[in-house]
Design a protein around this ligand. Structure first.
Ligand SMILES: Cc1cc2nc3c(=O)[nH]c(=O)nc-3n(C[C@H](O)[C@H](O)[C@H](O)COP(=O)(O)OP(=O)(O)OC[C@H]3O[C@@H](n4cnc5c(N)ncnc54)[C@H](O)[C@@H]3O)c2cc1C
Length: 381
């Protein structure tokens, strides 16, 4: 890896490709240390691929609250974040399993360019620190010091459905049923008179339309879903544990590296964490692969095992899982146990790796002179 000896003092401008959570988190870390940073964003605004999507910022993988962790790491948390403690998950037979937690299981947040969204808050903080963000700037090559943060490169899962206005009360609902969302789940999030309904599927994408319509009908029947002004929306996720997260000498962060929660697709925290680690590696000269392997790898490997198990168990297994989870005194802690590395899950890792394969080839590039933002051609892996 080629890194300046005293990076924190270097005057060279750092280029970042992609103004998603991963790229902006990296920019914030670097700008706070006094580095000049230019972020290139291919679209004309932040969060363009999400529109006004509601998403869950998961709050179970650590005992400490995610917003408090972000604050300690130096991120402003002045985006709208609705604490979600109570909700309902339906099993394939339509039985409601009530979720209750003293502390938020996740925070409902908005993605996209709107006021109060996560993306707008990160952009605001980055700009206030002097980061230059260039919109409509799609990088193809990066031949100077920089970070690659351009988002998913393959579709290992898709989430498809609608954004809409509604008179429904705020809340969250989910359904685990392979007839609605193969090997995944359907979800409904409502906040402040607006909502998102999606089928998040891990296979059989070509029938996505049928799954979305079935999810819609089922939410109407079970949760009283009412949509006004529905706008179709969807996107893909890329889940992969990379061999190396360098492309040439550039750290790849967020979903470009494949950093995701392979079980359910809660990738925002991993995107932000990996962005911050990449920023740190440029500042200190520490090897980025060492950093993410230490901080992120155990959880990512566990999520591959969880995915292999979840894909195997089918509808009856979902019902069993929901009963276990909702009978727990502390659902956050129970979920955290599922997300943490443990010896049974480490034992299952070789089996899980044969069951789960990303749609994306491992294009970790070891070619030190590679300047491609999304390297495919010179892969040696
Ligand atoms: C429908 C949907 C629902 C989801 N729900 C959740 C959820 O509830 N909870 C959760 O935690 N995660 C969720 N995720 C996953 C989460 O959104 C991603 O993991 C996260 O956004 C990844 O952040 P990122 O910065 O790596 O990539 P992105 O957010 O994709 O940002 C990458 C940016 O790079 C830009 N770009 C691309 N190419 C170039 C280029 N060549 N040059 C310059 N810029 C470029 C793109 O325009 C984009 O703005 C969801 C994903 C989808 C699709």
């Amino acid at each position: 890896m080629i890194v300046d000896q005293d990076n924190s003092q270097s005057s060279a401008t750092i280029q970042i490709a992609g103004a998603g959570p991963a790229g902006l988190a990296a920019a914030i870390v670097l700008a706070k240390a006094g580095r000049q940073v230019v972020v290139h964003e291919a679209q004309h605004q932040v969060g363009n691929r999400f529109g006004r999507d509601f998403q869950g910022l998961e709050n179970w993988s650590t005992a400490e609250d995610v917003l408090s962790i972000f604050k300690k790491l130096g991120l402003e948390t002045d985006f709208t974040a609705q604490p979600c403690c109570n909700g309902t998950v339906f099993d394939p037979w339509g039985t409601a399993h009530t979720i209750h937690s003293e502390l938020p299981i996740f925070y409902m947040i908005e993605r996209g360019p709107g006021p109060g969204s996560l993306d707008s808050a990160l952009l605001k903080q980055a700009c206030s620190l002097g980061v230059e963000v260039r919109f409509d700037s799609r990088l193809k090559y990066l031949d100077s010091e920089g970070i690659l943060a351009v988002g998913p490169r393959a579709a290992d899962a898709i989430a498809v459905g609608y954004h809409f206005d509604t008179d429904m009360e705020d809340g969250f609902w989910a359904i685990c049923d392979n007839r609605l969302a193969p090997k995944g789940y359907a979800y409904l999030l409502v906040m402040g008179g607006r909502g998102t309904m999606k089928s998040c599927m891990f296979s059989d994408f070509k029938h996505e339309k049928a799954f979305v319509e079935r999810s819609l009908e089922t939410f109407q029947r079970l949760a009283g879903l009412e949509m006004k002004n529905p706008v179709p929306h969807g996107g893909a996720g890329n889940f992969r544990v990379p061999i190396s997260a360098y492309s040439g000498r550039h750290p790849q962060v967020g979903e470009q590296a494949g950093f995701q929660d392979t079980l359910w697709g809660f990738g925002i925290r991993l995107a932000i964490s990996s962005g911050m680690l990449a920023g740190q590696s440029l500042l200190t000269g520490e090897n980025y692969d060492d950093l993410w392997r230490r901080e992120l790898l155990p959880q990512m490997e566990t999520s591959v095992v969880n995915r292999a198990l979840y894909s195997l168990v089918g509808n009856r297994g979902y019902r069993w899982f929901l009963k276990q989870m909702t009978s727990s005194q502390n659902i956050r802690r129970s979920l955290r146990r599922q997300y943490q590395s443990s010896w049974p899950k480490r034992l299952l890792k070789p089996w899980a790796n044969t069951r789960y394969q990303s749609q994306r080839q491992d294009v970790s590039c070891n070619h030190v002179d590679c300047h491609c933002v999304w390297c495919r051609g010179c892969s040696t892996a």
